[in-house]
Design a binder for this molecule. Structure first.
Ligand SMILES: Nc1nc2c(ncn2[C@@H]2O[C@H](COP(=O)(O)OP(=O)(O)OP(=O)(O)O)[C@@H](O)[C@H]2O)c(=O)[nH]1
Ligand SMILES: [Mg+2]
Length: 482
């Protein structure tokens, strides 16, 4: 027979049991709050949509000291971007004016089947956008594009440009070596020289850069030494750049080059004009990249890179994990393992890209690809609980293209006869994305939408604050702490 407790013992047992319950509740609450402190945000979107640029803006706002520490490691990347731009100009001059060693073609003779080295591929006809918001369909044969302009070479240009080419070749010769050092031996199939980064690339690039740089006589000795090799190459490139800065300026301002640019025969990457306009500052021996330089740099992300920030909101500290992913088609499979515990998705769509096609699939219009990708994100079950932010990016470039007379309907037939003005075009693209969200969003969550120009520091920082608050509100509501 179990011994019966007297009333005093009963009371004591009840008191202990209640205390244990209270303690368990308190611990559960602490765990819930601790879990609530981790905020995981994924930056998604096609290649070159501006994901890494947004990550840098976050870093600038929430962790500017870490950006300061990284500043020297951005220098060789700036150099690499400049070398690539100059090489692209020289390649196009070879093609257009026959400056190459073989003599090339006669100036203006474009009958050869070989494509221009810098021209982007364009499809035979304009495409309608998915999903179409209207039945209006344009002819796809828009006129007035900048590409109709012609550059007529002056005879004096040939010796001038040939001499510039000759002087700049030693600088351009280091492009491949620099790309290999910066990428740490990673090569990605398809496309010419590129720089690709994984998590922690800064350490690779800056190893040894705090020491006196070893000076090498040529690139061969500088290569293959890890961070020290990179620093040696960087040193050589810096000196060569300083020696030919006048030639670079002359080349960049030359009417032969500017004419090709205006006629859309020479298509450079988006950062090129910025760096070439600032070449004298960048060629200084004590050059250190500014925030603006770092935001303009183009460096392709491979896989997924994690960035952590401590963000104080309303007196509470949150650990923000920002996942910056590679956006090219071959990279997208790597996103999925991060989906199921994502707090929020920030999706970037560059709306200036209406006249561009995917590098990995030259038949696919970039806006169309963004819409397809956004559809997949909205309808993905693993992401059903994540807050959704959409940034329609590169609005500055969109304005520039429209002002230069590039017609949207020439590339997107469903644009029809609408005015080729910024307000109308931006609204047209916004309506398409909103329609995807309305039709495909699996959890009918709110969509936080912003038009962005990611190189504008002041405007982007106020958007970051705004987006951060929206994400936190949604997060705290979901975990029951709002
Ligand atoms: N003019 C302009 N350029 C931008 C804007 N946003 C990004 N860029 C530039 O576009 C280029 C590509 O940007 P990234 O941030 O590297 O693109 P990404 O989405 O990270 O690309 P992947 O890593 O290949 O997926 C860089 O040279 C940026 O400086 C913008 O709003 N306006
Ligand atoms: Mg990137």
């Amino acid at each position: 027979m179990p011994k019966r407790r007297n009333p005093v013992e009963e009371e004591e047992a009840l008191r202990i049991s209640n205390a244990i319950d209270d303690e368990l509740k308190r611990e559960r609450e602490i765990i819930r709050r601790r879990r609530g402190r981790d905020v995981k945000v994924m930056l998604l979107g096609q290649a070159e949509s501006g994901k890494s640029t947004l990550q840098k803006q976050f870093q600038l706002y929430y962790s500017s000291k870490s950006l300061d520490a990284e500043r020297p490691s951005w220098r060789p990347i700036v150099y690499f971007n400049i070398l690539k731009a100059i090489r692209m100009i020289l390649d196009e001059l070879d093609y257009q004016y026959g400056l190459g060693p073989s003599g090339g073609r006669a100036p203006g003779d474009h009958d050869s089947p070989s494509p221009s080295p810098t021209a982007s591929s364009s499809p035979a006809a304009a495409v309608p956008l998915m999903p179409s918001t209207s039945n209006t369909s344009g002819s796809g044969s828009g006129s007035g594009s900048a590409s109709s302009a012609r550059s007529l070479p002056h005879p004096a240009w040939f010796p001038e440009l040939a001499l510039l080419r000759h002087k700049l070749l030693p600088l351009v010769a280091s492009e491949d070596a620099l790309a290999a050092e910066l990428s740490g031996g990673i090569t990605v199939s398809g496309g010419r020289t590129g720089v690709y980064v994984r998590s922690g690339w800064q350490a690779l690039v800056s190893a040894g850069s705090g020491q006196a740089w070893p000076l090498a006589d040529d690139y061969r000795t500088a290569r293959g030494k890890g961070g020290a090799g990179c620093a040696a190459l960087e040193n050589i490139v810096a000196k060569t750049l300083a020696a030919v800065v006048g030639e670079i300026e002359t080349l960049w301002c030359h009417p032969g080059v500017q004419g090709l640019l205006k006629g859309n025969k020479l298509r450079l990457e988006e950062y090129a004009a910025f760096f070439l306009n600032h070449i004298r500052r960048i060629a200084q021996p004590d050059y250190l990249p500014t925030n603006e330089d770092i935001l303009h740099v183009r460096i392709q992300t491979i896989g997924v890179t994690e960035h952590q920030f401590d963000i104080n909101m309303g007196g509470t500290h949150y650990n923000w994990f920002l996942y910056d992913v590679g956006g090219a088609r071959g990279q997208r499979h790597a996103w999925v393992p991060y989906f199921d515990d994502a707090t929020a998705i920030i999706f970037l769509a560059p709306i200036s890209a209406f006249d561009q096609y995917l590098e990995e699939d030259p038949r696919t219009n970039r806006i169309d690809d963004s819409l397809q990708l956004f559809t997949a994100i909205c309808s993905n079950k693993l992401l059903a609980n994540a807050a959704l932010v959409l940034m329609l990016n590169k609005t500055d470039l969109l304005r520039e293209k429209l002002q230069a007379g590039i017609k949207v309907r020439r590339f997107i037939s469903s644009y029809g006869d609408r005015p080729n003005e910024y307000e109308e075009v931006a609204e047209y693209f916004r309506a398409h994305f909103i329609q995807v969200h309305r039709r495909k969003d699996i959890s009918h969550r709110p969509l936080y939408l912003h038009f962005t120009s990611m190189l504008d520091i002041k405007a982007t920082q106020s958007i970051i604050i705004n987006v951060g608050e929206a994400i936190m509100r949604s997060h705290l509501t979901k975990i029951g702490l709002a």
